[in-house]
Write a new protein. Structure first.
Length: 291
């Protein structure tokens, strides 16, 4: 099962591309096209143009959405780090408790899929309430000024979360997926109809079909926020944990499926969940050292 998950891991598409190519090659060798009439060639041209235009538009929109979410998450991470450093420097007695609440919030964010970011709202509410309960000493100008900055930073995080949650919801609709699927099937049908059955023709046909399929996979991975997640999501969150003197934390399934690769000798916290997703209650967290 783990091997199959790794093969169909969109963050590492090479195995999937190879499987798809050889599957299409077998079909191309077995199925000899009957050629296309002049009207069918016109349909192929029109369908290919519409498919290319439509898929390009969807991928562009999804990349823009992806970039906005990444930017919002980095902004949120910067504010969280600033809150802890301020509390640690000025409200030293509150630092340990504040760090524990921040750690719980970050872990909760990691527990959920990126598309379920809104489910971490209760954990943020606890962070918000705990930070607001910090009381500056009467007459202490430094603590009073720092507390004002803390209020502003928590408000900025709240605004960033609102933007992220709204952007996450801007997914490709079921109707759009259906349109893409219909156009894809039509283009592949016309391409295979041009296949003469020879090796050269079969290889070219298979390459075209594989490329078309990979466009759909790229769109899906962008839409599900799994596109280059190691670079855009895992690395920044790991840097945030380390910046707060915390061990990086991940759901174990990311390691088991190959979506996350750990460096040799690296220590992290890995979480297991006894209940089906998205129920993260009763999670078990253990320290794991790779290698």
């Amino acid at each position: 099962m783990k091997v199959m998950r790794k093969l169909f891991n969109v963050s590492q598409p090479t195995p999937l591309m190879i499987i798809a190519f050889f599957a299409f090659l077998v079909v191309a060798r077995l199925y000899h096209g009957h050629g296309l009439s002049d009207s069918s060639k016109i349909l192929l041209t029109v369908t290919s143009f519409v498919f290319g235009f439509y898929i390009n538009n969807l991928i562009t929109q999804s990349r823009s959405r992806h970039a906005k979410i990444v930017e919002g998450l980095r902004e949120e991470g910067g504010h969280i780090k600033a809150i802890y450093f301020m509390v640690h420097s000025v409200f030293n007695k509150e630092a340990e408790a504040e760090l524990a609440v921040i750690d719980e919030y970050l872990m909760t964010c990691m527990d959920y899929k990126s598309v379920d970011y809104a489910k971490s709202a209760p954990a943020f509410r606890k962070l918000f309430e705990h930070t607001m309960k910090i009381e500056p000493k009467s007459g202490d100008a430094q603590q009073g000024m720092t507390y004002s900055h803390l209020v502003r930073l928590v408000d900025e995080i709240s605004k960033a979360r609102t933007r992220i949650e709204a952007t996450v919801k801007e997914r490709v609709s079921a109707f759009e997926w259906m349109t893409v699927a219909i156009l894809l099937l039509l283009v592949i049908y016309f391409v295979f109809s041009l296949n003469s059955g020879g090796w050269v023709s079969a290889v070219i046909t298979s390459f075209i079909a594989t490329a078309l399929l990979m466009l759909i996979i790229i769109l899906n991975s962008l839409d599900s926020l799994e596109w280059k997640e190691d670079k855009w999501f895992w690395v920044p969150i790991e840097e945030l944990f380390i910046g707060l003197d915390l061990l990086p934390y991940y759901p174990r399934i990311l390691v088991d499926t190959g979506r996350l690769k750990l460096a040799e000798g690296k220590s992290v916290r890995l979480a297991d969940y006894p209940h089906p997703y998205p129920d993260i209650s009763d999670r078990k967290v253990n320290i794991h050292t790779e290698g």
